[in-house]
Design a protein around this ligand. Structure first.
Ligand code: SF4
Length: 325
């Protein structure tokens, strides 16, 4: 695996000062998964499920409370200064809002040059050629280099953000809701561009998304998160065809599909996601689960390997496994 999360946790302590809310937020509560080189792994779930906090820990913007992120077999927290600088070059990010992620006071050439110049000294003419090459890769004319971000549309700005991410020749890119702020009409173009550059440069992607259509068509494997935990993971096609966890079933049922025969027939998700400050006991999904068993409120289900690369955490799967054994 190129990237591995091992029992990763991030707990925030609130309180002190003028804050009236005290306690611990269990934002990420023991998450493990791996991403193979060249694959696209998507993390999905409602807002507040912990997927963005995971992205921040992978990008070294947050330190884990416990557990670890490994890249190429090395724990990020144990990296030397040189290894950390190399990691920061090899791992880049494209964020949701291209209006907020590009500095409006800098010309495009400066924005794209920045990650190159933090790594190496480059002659001005060589740098200009490299910037123009990157603009060409993302489908923008060379003249775009001399303009400011406000002179572009949202889709064009996201292309600039992608060019900046590509500039230091990364191996791994975190895509945090990469198309959700864009017009529906240009989303497919940006996804096609991301797919093209993945093929061309052998990139590995971690996609953070709440858009299940994007996940279904764009990712190789998917992890479904609920209140800080992974509840199901597997090859995307398998998980979408046969969701095993009641939460995944409910999430998929909430999406209208063009072919009603292929819409999963399960109860729609009910209620609100609980607070990560006071998560429910046992299975955290039990207050909303239409299939909850008596002991679901008491005992957290174990992570169970279901074969074919699929796994999930639900007592129902233990029961059906026991019955079929
Ligand atoms: Fe529902 Fe129980 Fe499974 Fe949780 S463990 S998803 S409450 S059946």
């Amino acid at each position: 695996m190129l990237v591995e999360l091992r029992n990763l946790r991030k707990h925030f302590t609130l309180g002190g000062g003028l804050s009236f809310r005290r306690g611990t937020v269990f934002a990420v509560d023991g998450v493990s998964f791996g991403i193979a080189a060249g694959e696209t792994f998507a993390l999905v779930g409602e807002s507040g499920c912990g997927k963005t906090t995971i992205a921040k820990m992978v990008l070294m913007l947050e330190r884990p409370s416990s557990g670890a992120v490994h890249f190429g077999g090395i724990d990020l927290q144990a990296m030397s200064g040189a290894e950390t600088r190399s990691y920061r070059r090899q791992v880049q990010a494209v964020f949701q809002d291209p209006f907020a992620s590009l500095n409006p006071r800098l010309r495009v050439k400066t924005i794209i040059a920045e990650p190159i110049l933090t790594q190496e000294r480059v002659e001005r003419a060589v740098l200009r050629r490299r910037i123009e090459e990157l603009l060409d890769i993302v489908g923008l004319p060379a003249g775009a280099a001399d303009l400011f971000p406000h002179e572009f549309s949202g889709g064009q700005r996201q292309r600039i953000a992608i060019a900046r991410a590509l500039a230091p020749n990364p191996r791994f890119i975190v895509l945090d809701e990469p198309i959700s702020a864009l017009d529906v009409s240009i989303r497919a173009q940006i996804l096609n561009l991301l797919a093209d550059i993945q093929q061309r440069f052998g990139l590995t992607y971690l996609v953070i998304a709440h858009d299940l259509a994007l996940v279904e068509h764009f990712s190789d494997r998917v992890g479904v998160m609920y209140l800080g935990n992974l509840v199901e993971s597997g090859p995307t096609a398998e998980v979408f065809a046969q969701p095993r966890h009641p939460y995944t079933q409910a999430l998929l049922a909430s999406v209208l599909r063009p072919d009603p025969d292929h819409r999963p027939r399960v109860d729609a998700i009910r209620g609100e996601i609980a607070s990560a400050m006071s998560p429910p006991s046992g299975c955290k999904f039990h207050p909303r689960c239409p299939h909850a068993l008596e002991h679901c409120a008491v005992e957290a289900p174990a992570w169970r390997d279901l074969g074919g690369g699929c796994a999930a955490a639900c007592h129902l799967l233990e029961t059906s496994h026991a019955q079929s054994a």
